[in-house]
Ligand binder design. Structure first.
Ligand code: PNS
Length: 177
């Protein structure tokens, strides 16, 4: 039987529980799912592509059929490169639909054989976005329950380098013991 591969492209800056929810759903219906981080030189990201890749690899390590990769250029070209049959995208609310439809139809124009599959994340993540997570974290609000604990920790370290130094010292002391 034909193996169906999908790519799940995005910025993932940072990965949220909404992304993970979608990855979990996607991993159930596709044989292979490639989480593809866009290397976008125009954006000024909070986390580097390498940092996002490491986080996503750690977070998806328990899914046998999920892999993490990075790409630049057109999504459709990357999809052809990895022989994907579909692009997975999440739709949270009606407001996402217009942009997602535009993107899906443009991708179809560029690569008619590639299907876009929309999935809805769990309702509790319907208002969640990486941009809002960055903003709330920057302003000192709680993002508990919105991102995995590991991402929460990395965000804290990123926004307060003193915490990173403290953790580094603690882990060094732990290794010496
Ligand atoms: O997580 P995001 O930022 O909503 O992801 C957007 C992404 C990466 C899927 C989109 O910007 C994209 O596909 N970029 C690659 C360039 C491309 O193919 N552009 C034409 C899309 S119609």
């Amino acid at each position: 039987m034909k193996k169906v591969t999908a790519i799940y492209p995005g910025s993932f800056d940072p990965p949220t529980n909404g992304h993970l929810d979608l990855i979990q759903r996607g991993s159930k219906i596709f044989d292979e799912l490639v989480v593809a981080i866009l290397r976008n030189p125009e954006k000024d990201p909070l986390f580097s592509v390498a940092e996002r890749r490491l986080m996503l690899e750690e977070l998806t390590g328990n899914f046998r059929n999920v892999h993490v990769d990075t790409f630049d250029g057109l999504t459709v070209e990357y999809a052809s490169k990895v022989k994907a049959h579909a692009v997975l995208r999440g739709i949270r609310a009606l407001s996402d639909y217009e942009y997602e439809l535009q993107m899906a139809l443009m991708n179809r124009k560029l690569h008619p054989e590639l299907e876009t599959v929309f999935m809805m994340p769990a309702e509790q993540y319907s208002y969640l976005s990486s941009r809002l997570v960055r903003e709330v974290a920057h302003l000192g609000g709680s993002i508990a329950g919105l991102v995995p604990e590991m991402v929460e920790q990395r965000l804290r370290e990123k926004l307060d380098p003193a915490i990173k130094l403290q953790n580094h010292r603690k882990s060094k002391a732990g290794r010496r013991r």
